[in-house]
Write a new protein. Structure first.
Length: 132
């Protein structure tokens, strides 16, 4: 989505849009690193932006859990890799997996699916009656 409307998840969760929003406040910001550095220095606008990111990420996770009840939710991206404190705010139920980048997220997702399929196949083989 490229709408940029207030309720758009991309506006609140994607680095490109976060940096664009931050540049309107501080033209010196060039990347997510600048936002994180400002937040670490307790600059109010940066703390508000990171808080907004966290709130929208949690809302999206809750919606995904409510509507789809997935076994796992894999969260990745540049913003996630920069905001290490995200780990502390995520529910500790083990269903949410953080990945540093897209490739790591894809690899974890494929691995989970492969593991589940293998376990299901093994269990179904075990449950089949044997001819005696």
């Amino acid at each position: 989505c490229e709408c940029g409307q207030y309720g758009c998840a991309q506006l609140h969760l994607v680095e490109t849009y976060l940096v664009k929003r931050a540049k309107r406040i501080d033209p010196a910001i060039r990347s997510m690193d600048g936002i994180v550095a400002a937040c670490e220095q307790h600059v109010t606008w940066a703390e508000v932006m990171v808080s907004d990111f966290k709130r929208h990420l949690l809302l999206l996770i809750v919606l995904l859990e409510s509507f789809f009840d997935p076994a796992y939710i894999i969260v990745s991206g540049e913003v996630v890799s920069k905001l290490k404190e995200l780990v502390d705010m995520l529910p500790p139920d083990g269903r949410i997996i953080l990945a540093e980048d897209y490739e790591g997220a894809a690899l974890r997702g494929v691995s989970i699916i492969a593991m589940q399929q293998t376990l299901l196949r093994r269990l179904s083989e075990h449950d089949e009656p044997t001819a005696e």
